[in-house]
Design a binder for this molecule. Structure first.
Ligand code: LLP
Length: 421
């Protein structure tokens, strides 16, 4: 279940009515349910309780410190892809020893920081990165713990922008060349081979591609063991989809149990990197109707949230459920476009969507916005980023306040007078 439900016609996050939050912080805002976050994390962790495992939550889905802290207290590790995410994890109290460092383009300074911090493993994505990491580690008299991210060439059947496990994407090392690169890794003084990694894509709505990837990775793991590599962990990445109102994808418990059963004879550590499935349904994005604008062929609801706040509809054509914060009595549903104030026709939260009647000043919640919402926000059109609010029971806390207009320009400066002669 999620913890967003109507009580007396008012949408609540756990026991807190969303209008109470809107009155406290204004709109637009993000709101997260701590109970849903915990519940979803446990859905991954519980089926693995009796085997070695690490749930390395993918920070990119939602990297608010409070969310990371909640997860850290549950025993979560972190899948990080930048120095910034590493630092967030540390400040949230997640030990570096529970972090895996992924990403196709890690900079040298990021590799250094990761080695200093003592991350569990660096998921290396190319021969070039392997050599660079070896050099960095040797220069520091260290050995870098490494897994190669292998691209198993499995079709995840998802949006092309978020499919990563196909041969044609930029990610990972082709599975056919993995053994050779492991041999190279094994010969490098600055590298210690510790594991094997893959991640095939995001918003997967069936278990089959995961199982196919598992089969291929297991076969490779056997070969690598025969080659003499100590593969202590197998990381199968993230990618499980959530319910955006278009059908019910498999739940974490089903996926994890299938993976666990597939690995029954193997004693190593199973690592998973779920992001969306942990936090997606734990959040909503709330925005207010500014104007109702009737154009010749269309009705537009102009709201105060925009593509800079919530990019998924504009970038992927994502369709996420929209619900009124207060249920109205009117039954005349209408087809509308929900659009933001940004000067682009691509600035929409929904297009040609049948919604219940809304009036100026009414609020709506974009559901399942806890993942890839706030983390993909920008300041486009010089719009301060929206606040984030965490709810637990009948309490709420602003865990990121609204950005100010001054903060927007804090790092900028005017050229000196001497520039103008
Ligand atoms: N591990 C790696 C190496 C990844 O690249 C990703 C996501 C994950 C784990 C977590 O995947 P998840 O469990 O959240 O599906 N912005 C897009 C999603 C991009 C996902 C990128 N990688 C969206 O809004 O749909």
């Amino acid at each position: 279940m999620t913890h967003f439900a109507y009580r007396d016609g008012v949408l609540h996050a756990e026991d807190v009515p969303l209008p109470a939050i809107a009155e406290a912080v204004g709109t637009p805002f993000y709101c997260y349910s701590a109970a849903t976050v915990r519940e979803r994390f446990r859905a991954f962790a519980d089926p693995l309780a009796d085997r070695d495992h690490l749930i390395a939550y993918a920070a990119k889905a939602n990297s608010n410190l409070a969310v990371l802290h909640l997860l850290g207290r549950e025993g979560s590790g972190l899948d990080i892809v930048s120095r910034g995410e590493l630092e967030r994890g540390r400040r949230a109290g997640i030990p570096a020893g529970r972090m895996v460092f992924s990403g196709v383009g890690k900079r040298r300074d990021e590799l250094e920081v990761a080695l200093d911090a003592g991350v569990l493993t660096i998921n290396v994505e190319s021969a070039g990165e392997l050599e660079a990491l070896d050099a960095v580690a040797r220069a520091r008299g260290q050995r870098a713990p490494v897994s190669l991210r292998v691209n198993p060439d499995v079709d995840p059947e998802t949006h092309p922008y978020i499919a990563t496990g196909l041969r044609t994407t930029k990610f990972g090392v082709p599975i056919g060349g993995a053994r050779d690169l492991y041999a190279r890794a094994g010969s490098l003084e600055g590298i210690e081979v510790v594991g094997l990694d893959c991640h095939i894509g995001s918003q997967l709505t069936s278990v089959a591609p995961f199982l196919e990837a598992l089969t291929r990775m297991q076969a490779l793991m056997e070969e690598l063991r025969a080659d003499g590599h100590a593969i202590r962990h197998l990381d199968l990445g993230g990618g499980l989809g959530i319910d955006y109102g278009q059908g019910d994808p498999p739940r974490p418990g089903g996926l994890v149990s299938a993976l666990r059963d597939g690995l029954a004879g193997w004693q190593g550590t199973l690592i998973l990197e779920p992001g969306r499935a942990v936090v997606g349904e734990a959040g909503v994005f709330v925005t207010e109707v500014l104007y109702i604008k009737d154009q010749p062929d269309k009705r537009f609801l102009v709201v105060d949230g925009a593509m800079n706040d919530f990019l998924r509809p504009a970038l992927y054509g994502a369709e996420q459920p929209i619900r009124p914060v207060r249920e109205g009595s009117g039954s005349d549903w209408q087809e509308v476009d929900v659009v933001g104030p940004i000067c682009e026709s691509g600035d929409f939260l929904a297009r040609q969507r049948r919604l219940p009647p809304f009036s100026t000043g009414d609020r709506m919640a974009v559901m399942a916005a806890g993942a890839y919402g706030a983390t993909m926000a920008s300041n486009y059109n010089s719009r301060p980023r929206a606040p984030e609010v965490l709810v637990s029971g009948d309490r709420f806390q602003v865990v990121r306040r609204r950005e100010t207009v001054d903060e927007l320009m804090a790092g900028e400066s005017l050229p000196g007078e001497d520039w103008f002669g």
